[in-house]
Design a protein around this ligand. Structure first.
Ligand SMILES: Nc1ncnc2c1ncn2[C@@H]1O[C@H](COP(=O)(O)OP(=O)(O)OP(=O)(O)O)[C@@H](O)[C@H]1O
Ligand SMILES: [Mg+2]
Length: 244
């Protein structure tokens, strides 16, 4: 790994007295896609919320070499860290185009005036959004909403994108599209921390992976090795892999 974009060190999160994440360690290299797989309730969303600063935590999150301890969410986002939550919240009475522009709002306030250019780049990645640029976000299909939240995050030009189950509830063809788009982000140098229930697809497009169970990292390795690991195959890929 040439340079580390994001590092999570000994991160623990508790809800009241109940600890949901126990000393997790994880690294995302610049331009890398790293996946986190694990069952419901494992602490995946909790971990992302702590990384973006929505939840208090113990341990540390280091972004581009600097500790984020004590840094507010807005500062983290302005610095180039962005979370796309599982819940695909949009401005439903606004058009696709205006939703995208909202994603560039903070950059615009800082004097960056390249939002039109950035929007064209997003439209190149998501031709479906371009076709529907004038449509109200509230009338989009589930797959189109998933694309719009991703496109809106990209309008902020993040260096590291945290994605919480981008394929949840979508039909297989759209899932394929979404994973293609995420995979293509590698070329633009955006690093991705991808949380997914769809372990097979996540391991296919990622460089490295972690398995999180009951709040702890129980297994990690290059994604290819993880996909071949009998424990992963059995639990997350629907049965043992046949020898070849
Ligand atoms: N606000 C909260 N208050 C108390 N407990 C919570 C809260 N949010 C999450 N938890 C608990 O923390 C644990 C981890 O939840 P989390 O949402 O991080 O899991 P997850 O891995 O994202 O699961 P899923 O795959 O279902 O999204 C669960 O036991 C959950 O009930
Ligand atoms: Mg979750």
């Amino acid at each position: 790994m040439s340079s580390v974009a994001l590092e999570v060190k000994d991160l623990s999160v508790a809800y009241g007295k109940v600890e949901a994440l126990h000393g997790a360690n994880l690294k995302v290299g610049a331009g890398q896609i790293v996946s986190v797989i694990g069952p419901n309730g494992a602490g995946k969303t909790t971990m992302l919320s702590a990384i973006i600063g929505q939840l208090g935590s113990k341990g540390s999150v280091v972004f581009q070499g600097k500790s984020l301890n004590g840094t507010k969410v807005e500062r983290r986002v302005a610095g180039g860290l962005s979370l796309v939550p599982e819940k695909r919240e949009l401005f439903s009475t606004m058009t696709v185009e205006d939703n995208l522009l909202m994603g560039a709002y903070a950059r615009h306030n800082r004097g960056e005036r390249d939002h039109r250019q950035t929007m064209e780049e997003v439209f190149q990645r998501f031709p479906r959004l371009k076709e529907r640029r004038q449509q109200l976000a509230g009338t989009l299909s589930g797959g189109e909403r998933a694309m719009l939240v991703l496109g809106r995050a990209l309008m902020g030009k993040p260096q590291v994108l945290l994605l919480d189950e981008p394929s949840l509830g979508l039909a297989p063809l759209i899932v394929k599209d979404i994973f293609h788009i995420i995979s293509d982000l590698r070329e633009s140098g955006v690093a991705v921390l991808l949380v997914e229930q769809n372990a097979r697809a996540a391991l296919q497009i990622s460089d490295y992976g972690y398995v999180l169970e009951t709040g702890a990292v129980v297994l990690e390795g290059p994604s290819r090795n993880l996909a071949d690991d009998p424990r992963v195959a059995e639990t997350y890929l629907g049965g043992a892999k046949r020898p070849h």
